[in-house]
Design a protein around this ligand. Structure first.
Ligand code: NAD
Length: 512
């Protein structure tokens, strides 16, 4: 069985015992005391074990990052960007290898995994141009011979804690920008699919990133809790479910850290009767069932207004029935399995309870399996119509291939329904009416809005983030917000007297 170790100080490290030189509680020198199991979701087999960090590992990773910060923060922009350009080229050349690791541990199909790598690469490209984002401001002659400049400086050691559903892209939302700004980074990726993040770190070393600038620490709550209160961690970026995002934000801000914590979602797609219903049905099926619904920007609720409903549901069914489900490595597969058996069973539970809670179960995917892969975490596509806002299927983030359709008579009712959701990550409107689309953009309470675009994930040079229970903190990730999050401002007021000046003398008045 493969073992995935931490990546600390530019090398693979099994655990605290190895770092400190003493043996862990297991009594075996060089072996960590706890491991997690990584499963191939298509076969249900445990393929890998992953070292789980204890407090000593957290200390070692943060110490490596702190040591590296001393020199990395003073490295020139030219040095940093040269490394990032080399890194970009290596990632580009290894897209397939990264995607294969994602598919083997997450289960998503290879083409989808490649898409994730491509979106992550966008942020590396953004970081290659960091010099432009870090330019300060200068005002000359604000007073006699006085100039004022504003500059931004790195924070120090920053931590990133990331979810299972994008094991490469979500870390890449964070560390390229953090590192380009002069910080050093400790990543705690999901323990469910830890291999791709380690390859990202190895490639960064290959590109010439100094040891300790980017470290990967595996584990569970024990590692996270130690990072949240570590005195040498200046800031924490988190992406995951809402309850954990809330916890991370509360704990880390209480410990005096800067925090951005992105949470879960229930993304609504509003369809007006004048929409192109074929385009809307294509979009709904792609956005609801892509990556088996395990995307924070998945459309999980369609709100059909007036006469749009019946026709839209029938076109969604027509398309959903044609989706091929199978192992992510098979090029014929369009949708893979879910991450774990427990999650698969939980998702099936929502579909099974839906009829009792008033929904019409149009498609029921709960009894699906793939021949030859019977132990995989399979579930088919489910479609629930006339779903009530009180039902569990609507209220909870299911995070599986289950699409809920809700019906309203008017745009206003639909808007009130969407804005009553505690989540506010992404949303979309499908219409041919520019005025309605414009009104929707201004009225809807969500951080990312699509107009005839179902998954409006912003490009790298805009920032990604939701509202309400989908984000705790003041900064979105990447783009300008990412740069602001990973830097702090400083204003310098300078007077260089002219050699001909006579000294101003003592003046106890307030400088004005
Ligand atoms: P999760 O919240 O279970 O885990 C996220 C991270 O937190 C992992 O690294 C995990 O090890 C750690 N963690 C889990 N429990 C913890 C605890 N009690 N204390 C401290 N750390 C803990 O999320 P997940 O299941 O890995 O990912 C799916 C969730 O992430 C969904 O809710 C999805 O919407 C969300 N997500 C949000 C975005 C976004 O941009 N808003 C993007 C991707 C995923």
């Amino acid at each position: 069985m493969k073992t995935v170790n931490h990546w600390i100080g530019g090398k693979s490290v099994p655990g605290a015992s190895d770092v400190s030189g003493a043996s862990g509680a297991s009594g075996v020198s060089g072996a960590p005391d706890r491991y997690g199991e990584v499963t191939d979701p298509a076969t249900g087999e445990v393929t890998t074990r992953v070292a789980f960090a204890a407090a000593g590992d957290v200390d070692a990773a943060v110490a490596a990052a702190k040591d590296a910060y001393a020199t990395w923060r003073t490295s020139s922009l030219a040095q940093r960007t040269a490394i990032l350009f080399r890194y970009r080229a290596l990632l580009d050349a290894r897209r397939d290898d990264i995607a294969a690791l994602i598919t083997a541990e997450h289960g998503k199909v290879h083409s989808d995994a490649l898409g994730e790598v491509a979106r992550g690469l966008e942020i590396v490209e953004l970081a290659c141009g960091i010099a432009n984002s870090l330019k300060g401001e200068l005002s000359t002659q604000v007073s006699s011979r006085v100039d004022v400049s504003s500059i931004r400086q790195p924070l120090g050691v920053v931590a990133g804690i990331t979810p299972f559903n994008f094991p490469a892209m979500v870390p890449m939302w964070m560390f390229p920008v953090a590192i380009a700004c002069g910080n050093t980074f400790v990543l705690k990726p999901s323990e469910k699919d830890p291999s791709a993040p380690v390859l990202l770190a190895q490639l960064a070393s290959e590109a010439g990133l100094p040891d300790g600038v980017f470290n990967v620490l595996h584990g569970d709550r024990e590692a996270v809790d130690a990072l949240l209160v570590h005195p040498d961690v200046a800031a924490v970026s988190f992406v995951g479910s809402t309850p954990i995002a809330r916890h991370i934000h509360a704990e880390a801000t209480a410990a005096g850290k800067r925090v951005q914590a992105l949470g879960g979602a229930k993304n609504h797609m509003l369809v007006l009767p004048d929409a192109d219903l074929d385009a809307a049905a294509d979009a709904a099926v792609s956005a609801a069932y892509g990556s088996a619904g395990e995307r924070c920007m998945a459309i999980s609720a369609v709100v059909a207004v007036g006469s749009a409903g019946d026709e839209l549901v029938s076109r969604i069914v027509e398309r959903a029935k044609k989706i091929t489900i199978g192992p992510g490595g098979d090029p014929a597969s369009e949708m893979g399995p879910l991450i774990t058996r427990a999650h698969r069973d939980k998702v099936a539970g929502y579909v099974r309870s839906a009829a009792g809670q008033g929904a019409e179960v149009v498609l029921d995917g709960t009894d699906f399996t793939v021949q030859g892969y019977e132990q995989g975490h399979w579930i088919g596509l489910s479609l629930l119509d006339r779903v009530s806002t009180d039902s569990d299927a609507y209220r909870d983030e299911i995070f599986g291939p289950v699409l809920c359709v809700l019906r309203t008579e008017t745009y206003e009712e639909a808007m009130a329904l969407i804005n009553a959701s505690p989540y506010g990550n992404g949303t979309a409107i499908f219409t041919r009416d520019g005025g309605a689309a414009r009104r929707f953009q201004l009225e809807v309470e969500a951080g990312m809005v699509g107009v005839n675009v179902p998954i409006p994930v912003p490009v790298g040079y805009h920032s990604f983030g939701g509202w309400k229970d989908s984000l705790f903190g003041d900064h979105h990730v990447y783009g300008n917000d990412g740069v602001r999050f990973y830097t702090r401002g400083k204003v310098v007021t300078t007077r260089w007297p002219d050699p001909a000046d006579t000294p101003a003398g003592v003046d106890l008045g307030f400088p004005s």
